[in-house]
Design a protein around this ligand. Structure first.
Ligand SMILES: C[S@@+](CC[C@H](N)C(=O)[O-])C[C@H]1O[C@@H](n2cnc3c(N)ncnc32)[C@H](O)[C@@H]1O
Length: 290
């Protein structure tokens, strides 16, 4: 039976409309996740190469696609998208579309032992790819004062970074910070968010996750490679959840000479935002190759 709760794809109908899948066309889903977007491309008769650096979700997506009887035109690739798209492993100028739906899936957030969420108590891990050497615990206990302030201010846009870092350094004098719950309650004790509905530790967790998985660096490296895979008329679609990522995408499209069409930001409808809270911060941009 299909478990719909593993991840709900955002901006699904918009993505399908922009990518216009049909039999004979080939696509790269660089962030396969639970395969929500890929399934729609496959249902339309297109072929898809699905990349994910998380081996667990890749296996679940593969099962879902096989269970739907759509695996004949699907190939999976366990890799970071920057390295999968680099070089000629995937043939240049061959694909009608590349999709990047950035960040983590609900499956990852809701699996306690992955250590992504302040809602569950687990070791502070946050690696999407378990082969990565550095965990969130290593960063929180190993970085110096200024590095942590920089991390939380930049990637987390956390205005209380200095106060939070002072509390972290103080706690570290006694023992290392090991778990998501320890970090979440330390942040909650030290900051008040009178007007926000977010958990006080949301931004700190987001910053750590982005640093552990070098998310901005991955995106910067992957965009030109993704572009090189497109046929003339092919489209690169990027869904981001953070203004710093959106900025990278916007600047990338602005830097291109061989671009036919570039979109403004597309955001989820109010209905979608209501049905799927996670979609609220989603921003889609696409560019079509000349
Ligand atoms: C938001 S989810 C994608 C959800 C998917 N579109 C769906 O509908 O199920 C993002 C996925 O991309 C993967 N991911 C994030 N950054 C990645 C990277 N640099 N390389 C490969 N996979 C990445 C994550 O492991 C996660 O499974």
């Amino acid at each position: 039976m299909e478990n719909k709760l593993l991840h709900t794809p955002v901006l699904l109908s918009e993505v399908v409309k922009i990518m216009a899948p049909e039999p004979g066309k080939m696509y790269i889903d660089a962030t396969l996740g639970y395969g929500g977007h890929t399934l729609e491309l496959l249902k339309a008769g297109a072929s898809v190469v699905g990349i994910d650096q998380d081996a667990d979700i890749l296996e679940l997506a593969q099962k879902r696609i096989t269970g739907s009887g759509l695996s004949a035109n699907f190939t999976s690739l366990h890799s970071s998208f920057a390295s999968a798209l680099d070089g000629d492993r995937l043939e240049p100028s061959k694909y009608s579309g590349v999709l990047m739906d950035l960040g983590v899936s609900s499956y990852q957030l809701d699996t306690p032992e992955r250590g992504f969420s302040f809602r569950h108590d687990a070791p502070l891990d946050m690696r999407m790819n378990k082969d990565l050497a550095v965990t969130a615990k290593d960063l929180i206990n190993g970085l110096g004062k200024n590095e942590l302030i920089e991390l939380f201010s930049t990637l987390g846009e956390e205005y209380a970074a200095k106060k939070i870092v002072a509390a972290i350094l103080d706690a570290r004098k006694t023992k290392p910070i090991e778990s998501t719950a320890e970090l979440a309650s330390l942040v909650a004790r030290n900051v008040t968010r009178s007007k926000s509905h977010l958990h006080p530790a949301t931004k700190v967790f987001q910053a750590l996750r982005m640093a552990v998985n070098t998310e901005r660096e991955e995106l910067k490296a992957a965009l030109p490679s993704a572009w090189s895979k497109l046929t003339s008329g092919g489209v690169l679609v990027v869904i981001s959840f953070h203004s710093l990522e959106d900025e990278i995408v916007k600047n990338f499209f602005a830097s291109l000479k061989d671009i036919l069409e570039v979109s403004d930001i597309i955001t989820p409808s109010l209905d979608e935002q209501y049905d799927n809270r996670r979609s609220r911060s989603a921003k889609l941009r696409y560019g079509r190759k000349a």
